[in-house]
Design a protein around this ligand. Structure first.
Ligand code: NAP
Length: 362
C-alpha cells in the first residue's frame, strides 16, 4: 500500500508493480489522481487502501502526518514505512519516523527508502544509488521491508534500531561530507603556494626592476601553483600510513587506537588523492595552453627579431632541447601513473581488485 499520490508515491508504485507486487494507492482524491498511475495500480480513498494492505508506504510529508490520524484504527497492527526527508539537517528534535510512531502507537514503523529519489525508483536500481538504509525497533518488520527492497533490485542495509532514523534522514541533505576537509586542505595549500608564486614571479620583479608581469597571474602563476598542491596532496595520501605503521611499531601492537586526527586523516586519503589528481590534470591542461597565449607569441617574435638584428642564424642548444624533451616526457608518465592510482581508488574498480592487486598498484 502507498499513502499519497505525489512524485515519490507514483515512482514507488511503478517500481513495485514492475517488481511483481500488487499495489493499492490511498489518496484524498482518487478520481483525480488515478490517471497518474499505471492501470495495474488500484487507486482508492486512503481508508479503503489501508484496509487492503499490511505494509503501507507513507509517501506524505511529515507536516501532513497528523491529517492521517483518522486512519489510526484501520492502521493498527500494520507496518508503516516512513520514506520522508526533511528540508534541513536535524530540523526536528525527533526524527520523522519516531514522530510517525508516536502518532500511531499501534503500528510498527520502519524507516527506509528515503535515500532513494523518485527518479532512481523510476529508472531502476541500476541507474542510481542501490542502497536502501533501513531501521526499526521490530526485527520482523525490518526483514519484510528489506525483502521488498531486495525484490525491487535494491540492496537493503540494516541500520539497527529506530534511534538511527535521524541519521538516515540527514543523509540525503549532507553535501559531500567526506570531501569537506580535503577540499579545505587543497584550497589552503593553493592559497599559500599561489601567494608565494605571486610574490616571486610578479611582485618581486615589479618592486626590484619595475617590470610589469601582472599578465602572468591567470595562467603562469596558477600553473606553477597547481603541481605544488598536487605533490603535497599526494604525499599526504601516503604519509598517514607511514605514521600509523610507525605508531604500531613503537607501541608494539596493532590493537591500540590511533589518535583521532590520524584516524580522520587515514579516512580521507582517497579524497586527498583524487584532489591531487585533479590538480595534476589541471596543470597538464594549463601547460598545454602555455604556447597558445598571445604573450608567448610576442616574446617569441621578440626573440626572433633580436636574433635577426644580431644576425644569429641558429639558437639551437642541444642540452636545453634534451632537458625539455625529458622534462615533458617524465611529466606525462607521472600524470599517467597518477591517473592509474586515481582510477584504481574508485570503489567500482577497487572492489574488483584483490587486496594484493590494490596494494601492488598503490
Ligand atoms: P508530493 O509530490 O508533494 O506528494 C505528497 C503527497 O502527499 C500528495 O500527493 C498528497 O496525495 C499526499 N498528502 C496526504 N495528505 C496530505 C495533506 N494533508 N496535504 C498535502 N498532501 C497530502 O511529495 P513527494 O515528492 O511525493 O514526497 C512524498 C514523501 O516522500 C515526502 O515525505 C518526501 O520527503 C519523501 N521523499 C521524496 C523523494 C522524491 O524524490 N520526491 C525522495 C525521497 C523521499 P493525495 O493528494 O493523493 O492525498
Amino acid at each position: 500500500g502507498v499513502l499519497g499520490s505525489g512524485d515519490f508515491a507514483r515512482s514507488l508504485a511503478i517500481r513495485l508493480i514492475c517488481s511483481g507486487f500488487k499495489v493499492v494507492v490511498g489518496s484524498r482524491n482518487p478520481k483525480r489522481k488515478a490517471g497518474l498511475f499505471p492501470s495495474a495500480a488500484e487507486v482508492t480513498f486512503q481508508a479503503e487502501a489501508v484496509k487492503k494492505t499490511d505494509v503501507i508506504f507513507v509517501a506524505v510529508f511529515r507536516e501532513h502526518y497528523s491529517t492521517l490520524c483518522d486512519l489510526a484504527d484501520a492502521l493498527a497492527g500494520k507496518i508503516l514505512v516512513d520514506v520522508s526527508n526533511n528540508r534541513e539537517i536535524n530540523h526536528h528534535k525527533e526524527s520523522n519516523a519516531e514522530y510517525l510512531a508516536s502518532l500511531f502507537p499501534a503500528c510498527t514503523v520502519v524507516k527506509g527508502f528515503n535515500v532513494i529519489s523518485a527518479w532512481t525508483l523510476q529508472s531502476g536500481a541500476r541507474d542510481g544509488n542501490k542502497q536502501v538504509l533501513i531501521c526499526s525497533n521490530n526485527q520482523e518488520a525490518k526483514r519484510i521491508v528489506a525483502e521488498i527492497a531486495q525484490v525491487m533490485g535494491f540492496t537493503p542495509v540494516d541500520m539497527g534500531f529506530m534511534s538511527s532514523a535521524c541519521e538516515i534522514e540527514n543523509i540525503p541533505l549532507r553535501l559531500f561530507p567526506a570531501w569537506k576537509i580535503p577540499i579545505f586542505l587543497a584550497l589552503g595549500l593553493f592559497l599559500c603556494f599561489f601567494t608565494y608564486n605571486l610574490v616571486r614571479q610578479v611582485i618581486h620583479p615589479y618592486i626590484r626592476e619595475q617590470k610589469n608581469k601582472f599578465y602572468k597571474i591567470p595562467i603562469e602563476v596558477v600553473n606553477t601553483t597547481l603541481p605544488c598542491v598536487a605533490y603535497i596532496m599526494l604525499s599526504l595520501v601516503y604519509l598517514p600510513g607511514v605514521l600509523a605503521a610507525s605508531s604500531q611499531l613503537y607501541y608494539g601492537t596493532k590493537y591500540r587506537r590511533f589518535p583521532d586526527w590520524l584516524d580522520q586523516w587515514l579516512q580521507h586519503r582517497k579524497q586527498i588523492g583524487l584532489l591531487s589528481f585533479f590538480c595534476a590534470a589541471l596543470h597538464a591542461v594549463y601547460s598545454l595552453c602555455l604556447p597558445m597565449r598571445r604573450s608567448h607569441r610576442y616574446l617569441l617574435i621578440e626573440t626572433a627579431v633580436k636574433q635577426a638584428v644580431e644576425k644569429k642564424m641558429s639558437i639551437w642548444i642541444e642540452e636545453e632541447v634534451w632537458r625539455m624533451e625529458i622534462y615533458i616526457s617524465v611529466g606525462i608518465i607521472a600524470l599517467g601513473l597518477l591517473s592509474l592510482l586515481a582510477i584504481t581508488s574508485l570503489p567500482s574498480i577497487a572492489d574488483s581488485l584483490s587486496w594484493r592487486e590494490f596494494s601492488f598498484v598503490q
